[in-house]
Design a protein around this ligand. Structure first.
Ligand code: ADE
Length: 244
């Protein structure tokens, strides 16, 4: 999987992508993250890539040409005529686990990080295939959202997570939030680990975890639960919570 990131702050991305699980995946050749500094494709001697918006208004806009030139350079490096481009913007569709899974099936993807007050619409029309927001809040640029997307996608690529870091059991993989987890000691600050987890009875442990995941989801994210799909036992466990 090859990520190409168009940004004014490549060092920000490069530094984070060297660390931890993503850094290991890059080292192992499972993933590549190449950054392209849009400023390197500025066409004036001061390397400016922003200008005032036609029609007036606050802030500066990124010009179309440097963004276009950066995209062309990426296509040349990738040996492709065209590439999918995701623009990180609060105007985009909200990023989700399903979205991450779809991106993980691509061989190449370009992430375009905005700055200033936006980017000239004409280059967006020419190259952008999808727009993603990571939530209903506004950040100073698209770099942190781009890293969030890379991280969420990378951990779905086979081999990126080791067995003890499984992508299957945690929040969202089954449409529910994760059940609570405990490690040693058995009692901490007078709080005991739930008895069932010490029982060694695998089926009971699985059942308890499923019901706890369901309850956690009902409390925190009731929008993720469709009561029509629940068994009568599941419905009984969460109906009071859902009514609140
Ligand atoms: N750029 C600024 N804020 C953003 C957000 N919430 N999601 C994606 N890109 C952004």
């Amino acid at each position: 999987m090859n990520f190409y990131v168009m940004t004014l702050f490549p060092e920000m991305i490069d530094a984070v992508m060297r660390e931890s699980i993503i850094g290991r995946a890059v080292q192992n050749g499972l993933l590549s993250v190449k950054t392209y500094n849009i400023r390197d494709y500025a066409f004036n001697k001061h390397s400016r890539v922003d200008d005032y918006p036609y029609g007036g208004g606050a802030g500066m806009l990124m010009q179309a040409e440097p963004v276009w030139q950066t995209y062309e350079a990426i296509c040349r490096d990738a040996g492709c005529d065209a590439l999918p481009v995701i623009y990180l913007t609060p105007k985009g569709r909200t990023f989700s686990q399903d979205h991450a899974a779809k991106i993980a099936r691509l061989d190449h993807v370009v992430l375009l990080c905005g700055h200033y007050e936006g980017i000239d619409e004409r280059v967006l029309e020419e190259i952008v295939t999808d727009e993603i927001s990571i939530g209903d809040y506004v950040l100073t640029g698209g770099e942190i959202p781009a890293m969030a997307v890379i991280d969420a996608v990378a951990r779905l690529i086979p081999g990126v997570l080791h067995n003890d870091e499984s992508a299957e059991t945690e929040s969202f993989s089954n449409g529910l939030l994760e059940y609570p987890q405990y490690t040693r000691p058995e009692v901490w600050h007078d709080r005991s680990v739930p008895e069932v987890l010490l029982s060694g009875h695998h089926a009971n442990v699985e059942h308890w975890r499923h019901m706890e995941a369901l309850k956690a989801t009902a409390v925190r994210r009731p929008d993720l639960i469709d009561p029509e799909t629940l068994t009568s036992q599941e419905l009984e466990a969460v109906s009071d919570i859902l009514k609140r």
